[in-house]
Write a protein that binds this ligand. Structure first.
Ligand code: AYL
Length: 524
């Protein structure tokens, strides 16, 4: 039976909603919820809720006080502590803002300026990247102080309400995305956004699936927990009483070993991992027979890749989903028949409205016609924090969100992603905004002008490519350009291809004509 959306007037944090769904699944409290694959540490449901309970009490009595509406900035690799931290902060109404721990210092400083956190959580490996003078309190997740905050309550089967009234419309998280244009922005999400999404998916996943044996689902988590995909999949997995296997860093062979060791049945991934599984000889060395289903989202998945993968793993079903930070998970596939439609990303999720809009005339188009996908749903963000202009350009007052993706629907409601209209480059499903790299290139004394575009790549999907105009007299080469940028950005944002050109094509208003550069790159 579908889970009804709770009335909007009811105060409810995402933590309390998720745990109430967990309780309705009648899971044994001793069932394992979290496993750290590197150390083989196991945490049971009652210990998890006990840690959340304990940490929430500790955080509430911090001095200086941490209270509802404050922002907590989190800079940590995946660990067993991150889920506990999320659930505790959210129970208190504190807004969580997790950032990529491999970000550069200037990227992180920009994110801290956007979110104005009251507190930051880091690890002894990441803390040095935080701008100390802008942060009153920094707590290290691998410190004895934090461990003692977790251990005040040994185990617990329910979470008290802590006397804090969290409205569903209260802010819940600030995640990072560049949207359709420009630099990284803070995407403000509410508790309601995740509640609506959980209610929708929970309804689907509870439908009996005759192809799956009735046993504990063990999920191995590939997407990072700071990204909307990993963050949401984490909350969902707890809600569904799954066992979650976490790994601090990605390592292909360690991943195969973990699938074998923990009999993993489900993995949410992004396309590059399916490419690796389809191509790698290593996969043959491990017993992966427990694997039933792979969820894939975040970037386009090629047909040939799926065919190759299916030949090699005929018993593993690939269920594609499409989504974006600003709007949550938008589509999904249900069951083996639907998931054979390789070219489609599935049908609309619960509570989601969509239209295909002609980018020029803004006219809504019928099935079969291509245009920009617009979305309206209770999962859509409140806006970009502190950026009314970008919010107004993306989110219309009547609730429609422009995705910047070129798409069409077929007659049966299946969605197909054709291309990306927005500037965004996706390197292995990571966001690379050209607007961040262009000013860096332009700051080089030998560079007169520059533009960055996506270039197709089999393994990564796309790589960032720079078109560079040299200053008169300069003979700066490809390697020097790449090196200059690499020193200033996170590794996934590096420029990996350079071409020199006499001038960057621009519109009369000075906008870079990226389409022209992309056609130029593809034809040469
Ligand atoms: P962001 N196929 C093609 N392109 C995709 C797909 C897909 N399946 N999924 C995402 N994209 C692109 O904010 C598209 O251009 O979130 C989209 O606008 O980092 C952009 O990536 C959004 O990038 C899920 C499944 C959340 C996916 C997600 C969103 C992950 C990416 C929950 O269940």
């Amino acid at each position: 039976p579908p889970v009804p959306l709770p009335p909007l007037s009811q105060p409810l944090s995402i933590t309390h909603f998720a745990l109430s769904l967990l309780q309705s699944s009648a899971v044994a409290p001793t069932t394992t919820v979290l496993i750290d694959a590197a150390s083989d540490r196991h945490v049971s449901y009652e210990n998890f809720i006990g840690q959340v309970h304990s940490l929430t009490l500790s955080l509430r009595s911090l001095a200086p006080a941490l209270s509802k509406g404050h922002v907590a900035f989190i800079l940590s690799p995946t660990s067993l502590h991150v889920p506990v931290l999320y659930f505790s902060l959210l129970a208190l109404g504190v807004v969580v803002s997790p950032a990529n721990p491999i970000g550069s210092e200037s990227e992180i400083a920009h994110q801290v300026r956007l979110t104005r956190p009251a507190i930051a959580f880091a690890t002894s490996a990441t803390a040095h990247k935080l701008p100390r003078d802008e942060l009153r309190t920094i707590i290290l997740l691998d410190s004895p102080e934090f461990l003692s905050m977790l251990n005040g309550v040994r185990s617990s089967d329910t979470l008290p309400d802590f006397g804090i009234e969290v409205s569903q419309t209260d802010s819940m998280a600030i995640l990072f995305s560049s949207g359709t244009t420009g630099r990284v922005k803070g995407v403000l999400l509410t508790h309601r956004n995740f509640i609506a999404q959980l209610a929708g998916v929970h309804a689907l996943r509870r439908e009996p699936d005759p192809t799956l044996p009735d046993e504990q689902t063990v999920s191995l988590f590939m997407p990072p927990l700071f990204h909307v995909y990993g963050f949401f999949m984490l909350v969902l997995a707890v809600t569904m009483a799954e066992t979650l296997v976490l790994r601090e860093r990605f390592d292909f062979e360690a991943m195969l070993r973990a699938v074998e060791r923990y009999k993993v049945s489900y993995m949410p991934v992004s396309p590059p991992l399916i490419v690796s599984l389809a191509k790698s000889e290593l996969a043959q060395k491990y017993d992966l027979s427990s694997l039933r289903r792979i969820g894939c989202g975040g970037a386009p998945l090629g047909n040939e890749v799926v065919e190759r993968f299916t030949e090699k793993f005929p018993n593993v079903e690939i269920v594609q989903g499409y989504g974006l930070t600003e709007g949550g998970g938008v589509t999904r596939m249900i069951g083996p028949e639907e998931s054979k439609r390789y070219a489609s990303v599935g049908r609309l999720a619960e509570n989601m409205e969509a239209k295909i809009v002609d980018p020029e005339t803004r006219e809504a188009l019928p099935p079969g016609r291509r245009g920009e996908l617009w979305l309206r749903s209770p999962t859509v963000m409140k806006g970009y924090i502190g950026d009314d202009k970008a919010t107004a350009e993306t989110l219309h007052s009547d609730g429609w969100l422009k995705t910047g993706d070129l798409c069409f629907f077929d007659d049966e409601g299946f969605l197909y992603i054709v291309d990306r209209l927005k500037e965004l480059i996706k390197y292995k499903a990571y966001q690379v905004p050209p607007a961040e790299l262009e000013p860096i290139l332009q700051s080089h004394p030998d560079i007169a002008d520059a533009a960055v575009i996506p270039y197709p790549d089999e393994e990564a999907g796309q790589i960032p490519m720079a078109y560079v105009v040299r200053k008169p007299g300069s003979n700066i080469n490809e390697a020097a350009v790449m090196d200059f940028v690499a020193k200033q950005v996170a590794p996934y944002k590096k420029i990996r291809r350079v071409s020199f050109i006499n001038s960057i094509p621009k519109s009369p208003a000075g906008k870079i004509l990226r389409r022209e550069l992309i056609s130029h790159a593809l034809s040469s």
